[in-house]
Design a protein around this ligand. Structure first.
Ligand code: PAF
Length: 282
């Protein structure tokens, strides 16, 4: 397993693999890897001959008041995890390698990004689309792997690949949770012991929502009301949004009469956490 920092090194390695007829999977990450990322690397390792993991905290997807500086980083830990899960190459560039002086081209999307996380993080998806399309151009993978925890991101990437005719298969992988239900996230490390306990309201509300859907409830307002009241009962929690949207458009719906996504963003103290479920997976 190798770690490289330049685009040239990635390209040389991928070219050598291609010359041997090997297939390549890409797992884009911002590092500080956990079992959620490990499951993406496992999936890529299963489906492809070689796996590249990008490990880059992308400044472009953070707003001015967000946690770019404090975002956790630990490349030695990441390298051990990637190796243990069969990854072959880590691309770990400096910001200047990805965004040279004078950088001025962006990938922006006018649909799907105006709801859910896009409302409170207005520059986020432009940053994600730009860096992911750069990674796609650099690695030219056969397949790329994204977690369903970032459900809106997954929908946006699929849409971008379709709009821009990128010849890459996008694979969405299930949410990985801690034993007590909390969805794995690099940002969980921000939580104090008391906040970590309080953060369980997210998964508790998700599981309650799933239960209601499983029991045949189709009225979105009724489902959301129960989920919100569970979260509101926790003093350390502040709801950014809890919504049910059409999977295809990310627009809110009133009745579960089509494939839908129930998604939430909740602040626990200063930490913003997300969680969700797809009604089709219930
Ligand atoms: O999901 C993430 O970690 C990031 O948004 C991604 C896809 C690696 C782009 O920086």
């Amino acid at each position: 397993m190798k770690i490289v920092k330049t685009i040239e090194e990635v390209r040389a390695q991928v070219k050598a693999w291609r010359a041997q007829g090997l297939t390549v999977g890409l797992v884009p990450t911002m590092g500080y890897l956990h079992e959620g990322h490990a499951s993406l690397i496992d999936a890529s390792h299963r489906d492809n001959d070689r796996t590249v993991v990008s490990d880059f905290v992308n400044p472009m997807q953070f707003g001015p008041t967000e946690d770019l500086e404090s975002y956790p980083r630990d490349i030695e830990h990441d390298a051990r995890l990637v190796e243990a899960h069969g990854g072959d190459l880590i691309f770990h560039p400096e910001p200047e390698e990805m965004y040279h002086e004078g950088f001025s081209s962006f990938v922006d999307m006018t649909v799907l990004t105006q709801e859910l996380c896009g409302l409170s993080r207005p520059v986020h998806f432009r940053g994600v689309c730009t860096v992911v399309s750069k990674l796609f151009h650099i690695v030219k993978p056969d397949r790329a792997y994204f977690g369903k925890k970032d459900a809106q991101q997954l929908a946006v990437i699929r849409h971008m690949v379709d709009d821009l005719n990128m010849d890459i298969e996008i694979i969405g992988c299930p949410i990985i949770r801690e034993e007590d239900g909390l969805a794995k996230s690099s940002r969980n490390t921000y939580l104090s012991a008391q906040e970590r306990q309080a953060a369980l309201v997210l998964s508790r509300a998700i599981f309650r929502g799933m239960e209601l859907v499983r029991a045949g409830e189709t009225d979105c307002a009724a489902i959301l009301k129960e989920m919100r009241s569970l979260i509101e009962a926790e003093p350390l929690a502040r709801i950014d949004y809890v919504k049910i949207v059409d999977c295809a458009t990310m627009q809110q719906i009133g009745t579960l009469d089509r494939p839908a996504l129930c998604a939430m963003a909740v602040y626990i103290g200063k930490t913003r956490l997300i969680d969700n479920f797809f009604t089709e997976d219930v």
